[in-house]
Design a binder for this molecule. Structure first.
Ligand code: DGY
Length: 425
């Protein structure tokens, strides 16, 4: 397909996945509104329907909890084709939502939309979303910064968006599944089970959910005593970046007290990320709060350091060396796990496959920090994957074949807003 035809196809995917105010990631496998999916989807809509882009974000924050959390899933309409649905989460919210969050990329997307429209400080839609983002970031600072170092603790692997990354394996091994009971997965009815987490892993995911439900989704209790507590390198970098983007908007609005609050958070996180640097791996890695252990794994999230604006020259050189190494084992960049790492699997979800939204953030960061050739390489590989296989959920770094769901909203959005464009980061 030619570039204009692919762009038309991408627009038709977003139109077809639009359920009126929110966009499902793909039909069947994910029939609801997902948090970070919607944020990236707004970038795609912004290329041809600006109003619809803002609506996507406004619908997302309509599910925000009183304590500030923006949930991972909003169940606008029940759908028996998904597990775990609203009755399993039982959060008692209207609209029904899950009880956990997802990567805080919203503020960064809001800044992008607002600047593309001329960066008017009085922009009412920007201002309303900034208020929602601030509330959400304060929730992270209150409930998810147990070490008071500006990093993000996750209490469910689903929060990271990188659901079955090998980074979580050891912490998940300690989760007690003896009371999980029986349940029926739905995901493997939609896509090949070889592309999804295993049954053993799913039992752990469900056990962690059940802990939250048993304590009535008390976020303090979950943060202090939950069965899964990891410092996630991905969300720590994403929140740092989101705080920087939020600061720009807050300064434009002229709210100096909030600007000072954000500057202090940013400074804290800039120092805090040192704790995630693993000298042996030459990369930033997640750490298990229970044991203090670093995963030691080079994942696509490791390279979000560029996007977050952290790392010294020596650390950047190690990360760039890791990118170079990846080109030997992967035909396409950027794999979610380095080949040869434990549990690497080129088609199993976050254990190898390429996810274009992470590639986009990494490429943006590389371009901003003077590594334009690497940004270009990631962008052209990403476009090549879509040209080769279509708009899949993810792609094999070895063959370029699609994995997971087809006609995927955020992949279509990344084509329109980034890799399908003639000139971009
Ligand atoms: C799923 O159901 O696999 C989702 O990724 C959870 O967010």
């Amino acid at each position: 397909m030619t570039i204009p035809l692919l762009s038309e196809h991408a627009i038709s995917i977003l139109r077809r996945n639009d359920h009126g105010g929110y966009t499902v990631p793909t039909h069947g496998l994910y029939p609801y509104q997902w948090n970070w999916d919607s944020a990236f989807v707004a970038l795609g809509f912004a290329e041809f329907d600006r109003d619809r882009a803002w609506v996507e974000l406004e619908t997302l924050v309509s599910g925000q909890w009183d304590d500030g959390m923006i949930p991972q899933i909003i169940f606008h309409q029940d759908d028996p084709g998904y597990f775990p649905g609203p009755a399993v989460w039982a959060t008692g919210r209207t609209p029904p939502t899950s009880g956990i969050t997802q990567p805080p990329v919203l503020a960064s997307i809001v800044r992008h939309l607002w600047q593309a429209e001329g960066a008017d400080p009085a922009h009412p839609r920007m201002r309303a979303l900034v208020a929602a983002c601030l509330k959400s970031h304060r929730w992270f600072h209150t409930y998810r910064d147990p070490l008071a170092n500006g990093l993000v603790m996750v209490t469910h692997n689903w929060e990271t968006g990188r659901d079955n990354s090998s980074e979580w394996d050891e912490a998940l091994d300690r989760v007690d599944t003896s009371r999980v009971g029986s349940y029926q997965r739905r995901d493997t009815a939609h896509v090949d089970a070889a592309m999804r987490p295993t049954a053993r892993e799913y039992d752990r995911y469900v056990a962690i959910l059940q802990f939250g439900r048993a304590c009535g989704w008390d976020h303090r209790e979950i943060a202090d005593h939950g069965p899964f507590r990891m410092i996630d390198v991905g969300m720590s970098m994403e929140l740092l970046r989101a705080n920087r983007d939020l600061l720009v908007m807050v300064q434009a609005i002229g709210d100096s007290a909030t600007a000072d609050e954000l500057k202090a958070r940013i400074a804290l996180s800039e120092h805090g990320v040192d704790w995630l640097w693993n000298e042996d791996a030459g990369a930033y890695c997640s750490r298990d709060l229970g044991t203090g252990q670093s995963s030691g794994l080079v994942t696509n999230a490791s390279f979000l350091a560029f996007y977050a604006g952290v790392g010294n020259a020596a650390q950047h050189a190690r990360l760039i060396a890791a990118l170079g190494r990846l080109t030997h084992s992967a035909r396409f960049l950027l794999p979610s796990l380095e080949a040869g790492s434990r549990a690497y699997d080129h088609q199993r979800y976050w254990r190898g496959p390429i996810w274009l939204v992470v590639s986009y953030m990494v490429a943006l960061g590389l371009a901003e920090t003077g590594h334009q050739a690497w940004a270009d390489r990631i962008r052209s590989d990403s476009a090549g994957l879509i040209e080769l296989s279509g708009f899949y959920e993810s792609f094999s770094p070895e063959t370029g074949a699609g994995s997971g769901g087809p006609d995927f909203s955020w992949t279509a959005a990344m084509w329109l807003a980034w890799c399908g464009k003639v000139a971009s980061p």
